[in-house]
Design a protein around this ligand. Structure first.
Ligand SMILES: Cc1cc2nc3c(=O)[nH]c(=O)nc-3n(C[C@H](O)[C@H](O)[C@H](O)COP(=O)(O)OP(=O)(O)OC[C@H]3O[C@@H](n4cnc5c(N)ncnc54)[C@H](O)[C@@H]3O)c2cc1C
Length: 321
């Protein structure tokens, strides 16, 4: 990790409780703490939060390769400590700044890509950072008829989100393509979807917030087996474009919505993702990536664990519930 950004925070009393909170957070996130005899560290998001106990209290040192990740970690550590009734005094807080990793962008077009998909194009000065690394982002859409209020950093380092009538809709989507000042993503239209309704309401000219990127990229594997439904097709099309090794994709998507993937001979249309996985040979050397409805993701996890895959040797994610 190239740690360019740093900050420190001091806990005046009850450092022992802070250590317990850090241990509980590591357990919650299924992560292992590092202990070098001086400090205890949690490594997450390519960043590090190290707690050094001193006297009654302690010091948290945060290091990160990106400012947005440092501020995200600062928010997270502050929230973790608050949960244990502790407060922390940071040496620097960007009070009043937009929430870490939040970029404001303008909708420039919404077009129908296929019967089931809408393509949205956004413009914003720092769109390029969504083009590399993790594939996904959270879009923040303001309540209809009200000027959006964006989340900002409070004096204690926490992000304060608008609530009540000003609450934002915050679903996760996948970057299809992005360059210097534009980004495109695809929305699978479905019943009762605030995002589909918003996109179909001609939002051209509106400002939205984008947080990220996050949620992982294309797994590094010599053989990749991808399984996904309509919501995962954007991620699968990105992975098909960049996967370094052998790759095959099983898609539970109707033919009319497969778009350019209909002519990709690495793509197999299926009626049921879980059955497709159960019928598929999955050599121990391959990485299985699975995303879809929460029940399907759970069934995939059960199937792969039963086949002897380690928890970190496959990906099975709920994209919707
Ligand atoms: C990492 C990640 C990446 C994703 N990328 C994309 C993407 O690029 N494109 C995309 O279209 N989706 C994507 N999704 C899925 C998307 O976030 C969900 O479908 C989300 O529910 C959409 O929000 P919503 O506005 O419909 O509101 P919500 O309030 O979340 O949902 C409203 C209602 O719609 C139902 N619902 C949600 N999804 C579906 C569905 N697929 N079919 C039927 N009913 C549904 C919910 O059960 C709920 O009743 C992604 C999800 C994740 C976790």
């Amino acid at each position: 990790m190239a740690a360019t950004y740093k900050t420190e925070g001091r806990i005046v009393t009850n450092g022992a409780a802070a250590l317990e909170a850090l241990k509980a957070r590591a357990t919650l996130w299924d992560m292992t703490l590092e202990d070098d005899g001086v400090s205890t560290s949690l490594c997450v998001w390519n960043s590090r939060a190290s707690l050094c106990l001193e006297g009654e209290g302690g010091t948290f040192k945060l290091t990160s390769p990106e400012e947005r990740l440092l501020r995200t970690l600062q928010d997270s550590v502050t929230e973790m400590l608050e949960g244990s009734g502790l407060s922390i005094q940071w040496d620097k807080v960007d009070e009043g700044a937009l929430a870490p990793g939040l970029s404001l962008m303008t909708v420039v077009s919404v077009s129908r890509r296929s019967p089931g998909y809408l393509r949205v194009r956004l413009e914003g000065s720092d769109a390029a950072r969504f083009a590399t690394g993790s594939l996904h982002f959270r879009i923040l859409i303001g309540p209809r008829g009200r000027a959006p209020i964006w989340p900002r950093t409070a004096a204690n380092g926490r992000t304060v989100w608008p609530e009540g009538e000003d609450a934002l809709h915050k679903p996760v989507y996948t970057t299809i393509a992005a360059e210097d000042n534009w980004l495109e993503f695809d929305i699978f239209r479905h019943q009762g979807s605030p995002t589909s309704d918003w996109a179909e309401s001609n939002p051209v000219g509106e400002t939205v917030g984008l947080m990220g990127p996050g949620g992982g990229g294309c797994p590094e594997a010599s053989e990749l087996l991808l399984f996904g439904d309509e919501t995962a097709m954007p991620a699968i099309s990105r992975m098909l474009a960049v996967a370094p090794g052998k790759v095959k994709a099983y898609l539970q998507v109707s033919k009319e919505n497969l778009c350019e993937l209909a002519s990709d001979d690495r793509v197999v249309p299926v009626d049921n993702l879980v059955e497709a996985l159960e019928c598929c040979e999955t050599p121990s050397t391959c990485h299985v990536w699975f995303a879809g409805h929460c029940d399907a993701a759970k069934a995939a996890r059960t199937c792969l664990l039963a086949r002897g895959f380690g928890k970190r040797d496959f990906t099975a994610v709920s994209y919707w519930s």
